[in-house]
Design a protein around this ligand. Structure first.
Ligand code: DQA
Length: 142
């Protein structure tokens, strides 16, 4: 089994209800159910927090236990040196992801403090981006 930790930052617990024109109508719980059936060879863990330090703690705790991390740090992407440092500090490769195309949005979203420490990044593919990340990981992990 390929062990993948999906980590979500602030307000992503509201997916499905929050700004559906930007983020869609589907809750992440519902999407994760589909993702698990699409990738039966994956062992997914999922963690969401609205609190920066908790996300740092979880990233550190994944280091020994995951093959890959898929990280949508949400608004912290644009502000958190602490989360960027956590991504830089660990050995586990991280795929940074955004549901929306952050470069087509407000200028404060154009700064991604994490991307330079990530193995790869995806943005603007909606929730499909998570499927794309998993297809990539499947090819990467022997
Ligand atoms: C987001 C983009 C961020 O700018 C925003 O703060 C989010 C979600 C995305 O997935 O498109 O909360 O990370």
């Amino acid at each position: 089994m390929i062990k993948v930790a999906i980590i979500h930052g602030p307000n992503l617990n509201l997916l499905g209800k929050r700004e559906p024109d930007v983020y869609g109508n589907q809750s992440f719980e519902e999407f994760l159910f589909e993702l698990k059936s699409d990738f039966p060879d994956f062992d997914f863990s999922f963690y969401q927090s609205n609190i920066e330090g908790e996300i740092v703690n979880f990233i550190q705790s994944c280091d020994e236990s995951s093959d890959y991390i898929i990280l949508n740090a949400a608004a912290y992407t644009h502000t958190s040196v602490a989360i960027a440092d956590a991504v830089a500090a660990i050995q586990t490769p991280v795929i940074g992801i955004h549901i929306s195309n952050i470069y087509k949005r407000e200028v404060e979203r154009h700064i991604d403090l994490l991307a330079g420490y990530c193995k790869a990044c995806l943005f603007g593919f909606g929730l499909q981006g998570y499927r794309m990340a998993c297809l990539f990981i499947r090819k990467e992990i022997p």
